[in-house]
Design a protein around this ligand. Sequence first.
Ligand code: UD1
Length: 346
Amino acid sequence: MKQKILVTGGTGYIGSHTTVELQNSGYDVVIVDNLSNSRIDVLDGIEKITGIRPEFEQFDLADQDMTDLFFKKQTDISAIIHFAAFKAVGESVENPLKYYRNNLFSLINLLECMTRYSTACLVFSSSCTVYGQPEILPVNENAPVQPAISPYGNTKQVSEEIIRDTLFVSGKLRAISLRYFNPVGAHPSSLIGELPIGVPNNLVPVITQTAIGIREQLKVFGSDYNTPDGSCIRDYIDVVDLAKAHVIAVKRLLEQKNRQALEFFNLGTGKGVSVFEVISTFEKATGVKVNYTVTGRRAGDVEQVWADTRLANSELGWKATTSLSETLRSAWNWEVYYRKYLEKSR
Ligand code: UD1
């Protein structure tokens, strides 16, 4: 019989790509999402790609009673991948309690239900933001966690601590925290991708929206950093490569191959790329020019960070394989596809 995985936030950007990879690997998926930052028609995209429409329930995991009711009904969940969380750094500074309530309550409710209903395995969606500006690059999993710059970043740090403390007393639960670098791109079918609601904050959606003419100009936040071309350096990881790592992590937990109750893995490519390099790679890969200008630094940006991926490579047997050109082409194809789709459905 197929094992069933609960994917919270499964209609979101990384959640939808992970659902596709889980279904393609023979797992059943039930998605829980409150659709606060995603659209229901993402399910159509997932169904078109995999031939399977995942089970879906719309509710807020920060609601303790609803979460309990869900677990009472769903008695055959083998593992959970927890994506559902708010993620806009700027908004979290403006409205910290919204972030603490949503991101922490939902995790606490899930952990309580895991204990109550004997679901042992959790994969948690974390971020390289926990490292702040690391002293040593590439950064590995043993680097110290630095004080968070934003409430959003703090929710990721505190969540990892909540998981650690819960596992310590439970004796039964096991978890993997995946620390993502910068997820970009879309599914090669262009049927699912990143769907920023409102003005995007992240670099690649701003590039594709500028290239297609929705935004007039991309602002490059600073060219006076201590990097070869003066712009910030990040590790941009293809979302499908990233999604595949989740399937491996789930399998590792289900087969009890984990070495500790709680494990951490960096998910990146191991390669640092500057903002200017992303722009020029996009232009070369798509043949489309991006109108940009250089402005001042963005508050809270770290100068440079990229991943030491050796642990994920050796322990998970996982490696990012998609080139940045391919990834950026997929992001562009998705932007073009999605705008046409929106026009048609108007
Ligand atoms: C951001 C968050 C990080 C979060 C991640 C989720 C901040 C400070 N950090 O990471 O906590 O986990 O998103 O995806 O917001 N850039 C521009 N112009 C733009 C947008 C971005 O020059 O319009 C630059 C940024 O300065 C940065 C790079 O592009 O150097 C990547 O930015 P972004 O995509 O926002 O990711 P992070 O800042 O790395």
